[in-house]
Ligand binder design. Sequence first.
Ligand code: AMP
Length: 118
Amino acid sequence: MAEAENDTIFGKILRGEIETELVYEDDDVVAFRDLRPVAPVHILVIPRKHIVNLLEAGQEDALVLGKLMLASAKIARAEGLEESGYRVVVNNGAGVGQSVFHLHVHILGGRSFSWPPG
Ligand code: AMP
């Protein structure tokens, strides 16, 4: 999908149409703080490419999916979460809570988490 057609909030963030608190960016991914944090550290990592969610990702996206995970670890370390650990969450589909249809990895940390998740 052409970037101009990415009418999600994250598409607008990528195009600089909406301000956000950027924490990391490189050629493939961008990370910013969640507007409504549910943990002391709550950061979203997104690919620059518009991929709706993991169900819509293809073989051609293998590299960028790996880069999302590696960037998540780099960011978690920079946020001081190496010792305490952190959780990554990807909601895939409205039925499990996906509200923005541009793939994003939630990095959550700074408090304890229960398992199984709610
Ligand atoms: P999900 O429910 O998994 O699709 O996650 C979408 C996340 O995007 C939610 O945690 C929202 O709080 C967050 N969000 C929505 N709009 C913005 C925004 N403008 N800046 C930062 N985070 C946002």
